[in-house]
Design a protein. Structure first.
Length: 566
């Protein structure tokens, strides 16, 4: 690329032609050195803000419920609303980056996300917070596709592995560290703000990121001749909503018929979208020429499987440790630190040495490590219902190492052959594919986990009941009454572990009610044995669910053979 193709624009920023227009060996980055590193930090800050707000809210839901009298339905929508808006806006926002410029769209996204976060921190009613979470998800979708495109603008193809290594570290921090950050902020109760701090903390970070981005980021040349495909935007938004919404709500409602009808309708609308894109000769929302690149197609498959497996694992292991084992929020968050440490370490090593020397084999070795870590988790969890942080240390580190070796080269492979003028569209497609993969993975993994939890409950009760009866008799309860309590105990525990929220005992099933007329000591025994039964059920459900991760990573490994060797 010649220097003539770059012109000054604004405060120390550059307007550059799309980097892929020139052969890779002729790539000239618009900025270099420390300034480029700072620019990468800025765009990854936006990426982390989005990731944190996906996961951080889960930890604060009980505090939000108590603070603004939110119902169970409200709490579901605080999570689902963000995911729906984010998924439905990704492709559109990526395309707008091509048309009006990635720097401008990134700034709009950061400014919007920061403003909405401020309003969310000040919300007074559940309805206000739900609307603001939708808007927050939409603004997150405006930011994230630009991150991938800006990495392509800033780094030559051979250098992008390092940038994606940093991005994988940000991904690990956002996904594994999110619950920990949420726990720290909520329990700290700064200035009596409680749960509001999880939103308000975005404000100073967002303001700093906005002004830093304005000063540091280069701009791609906007394609003023392009126009947003409104029909395509409508179709893809409808398709994503029809598919993602039932996935988010299905398990809570026991998968009624409308969820399957909605997903089928979403696939039909998606087929209409593809037909529309193929027939459109000017300014398609998703250029079909993207799918001529083998690396792009193969990358989509592997990203779908890999990210779905990673994110669903994080969710299920958190549920298992907090509810099944009894970890505090903070302790559960700390258990993921070895993963957080391993990702950037191996990501850096992968970019510097492993991928340049081994190519595709390095990525495949990372997937093998992820599979090995899942088997190690199975062994550790199967050995005892009361697993310790120390027992999780090694498999957590191995899993993080596998993720660090997989994610950076995977993203590089996926976007390597995409022309620069289509980078925004490609980034939107990759992110939408990632989001739907995560949603499908969580839905499938969550359904499997809670189904196994319910199915394992009767056997767990059978294991515990003899000890329960013996303990009750030892407290002075008659043998006949101990048998009656044991029968009610079975019904209560199996019903509770089959419910949407397995932490809440059914009416009349608390330990005090079950021990009515038997003395306070009996209630303590029942409570202890109920927790033991729950631990055993969660233990067996977790071991069974880990097979989902193993199979997903194994399929991703098979799919990786479709990627180029280098």
């Amino acid at each position: 690329m010649s220097d003539d193709s770059r012109t000054s624009s604004g405060a120390d920023t550059s307007t550059v032609q799309a980097p892929a227009a020139a052969p890779p060996d002729e790539f000239v980055p618009p900025i270099t050195g420390r300034k480029r590193t700072l620019a990468l930090v800025v765009v990854l800050t936006g990426f982390v803000l989005d990731l944190l707000d996906i996961t951080i809210v889960n930890v604060a839901l009980p505090s939000i419920r108590d603070g603004i009298n939110a119902t169970a339905s409200t709490m579901q929508w605080l999570v689902a609303g963000y995911a729906l808006a984010f998924a439905s806006m990704l492709i559109i926002a990526g395309r707008l980056g091509d048309i009006v410029g990635v720097r401008r769209m990134f700034l709009i996204g950061v400014a919007g996300f920061t403003s909405v976060s401020l309003l969310a921190g000040l919300a007074q009613t559940p309805e206000q917070l739900i609307v603001l979470r939708f808007l927050q998800g939409a603004m997150g979708a405006v930011m994230v596709p630009q991150v991938y495109t800006l990495i392509q603008l800033l780094y030559a193809p051979k250098e992008r592995g390092r940038a994606f290594a940093a991005m994988s570290a940000a991904l690990a921090f956002g996904t594994v560290g999110g619950p920990l950050v949420g726990a720290l902020l909520t329990t700290a109760d700064v200035a009596g703000l409680g749960w509001r701090t999880i939103f308000l903390v975005n404000v100073p970070i967002g303001i700093a990121a906005f002004f830093a981005a304005k000063a540091l980021l280069p701009e791609s040349t906007p394609n003023r001749r392009e126009r947003l495909d409104l029909v395509g935007a409508t179709l893809i938004t409808a398709a994503v909503l029809l598919i993602v919404y039932p996935l988010v709500q299905g398990r809570e409602q026991d998968w009624p018929a409308w969820t399957y009808a909605s997903m089928a309708g979403g696939l039909a609308v998606f087929a209409l979208f593809v037909v529309h894109q193929r027939s459109r000769t000017e300014s398609p929302l998703v250029p079909m020429s993207l799918f001529r690149h083998r690396s792009f197609n193969s990358g989509l498959v592997v990203v779908f499987l890999f990210q779905g497996a990673v994110m669903s694992f994080f969710l299920i292991i958190t549920i298992y440790l907090q509810i099944g084992v009894g970890y505090s929020i903070l302790r559960a968050g700390l258990s993921g630190l070895p993963w957080d440490i391993a990702v950037p370490l191996l990501g850096w090593l992968s970019a510097r040495a492993i991928t340049p020397k081994l190519g595709r084999l390095g990525l495949q070795a990372g997937l093998v490590l992820l599979i090995a870590s899942m088997f190690w988790f199975m062994w550790v969890i199967d050995s005892t219902p009361q697993v310790t942080i120390w027992q999780l240390l090694v498999p957590m580190f191995i899993g993080g190492a596998g993720m660090g070796m997989t994610f950076p080269p995977l993203m590089g492979y996926s976007l390597h052959d995409v022309p620069g003028h289509q980078a925004g569209s490609a980034s939107g497609v990759v992110n939408a594919n990632y989001q739907i993969g995560v949603t499908l993975g969580i839905a499938a993994c969550g359904t499997l986990f809670f189904s196994l939890l319910a199915s394992q409950a009767p056997a767990a009760v059978d294991d515990v009941t003899p000890r329960l009866r013996a303990d009750l008799v030892a407290t002075g309860v008659s043998d006949g009454q101990a048998g009656q309590i044991s029968d009610r105990f079975r019904d209560c525990v199996t019903t509770q572990l089959d419910a949407a929220d397995p932490t809440l005992p059914p009416p009349g099933c608390d330990a005090t009610s079950l021990a009515a007329g038997s003395g306070g000591t009996a209630a303590g025994v029942i409570e202890q044995r109920a927790f033991e039964t729950s631990q055993i059920s969660f233990q067996r459900a977790m071991v069974g669910t880990l097979w989902f991760s193993v199979i997903s990573f194994a399929l991703a490994l098979l799919g990786s053979f479709l990627l180029p060797r280098r």
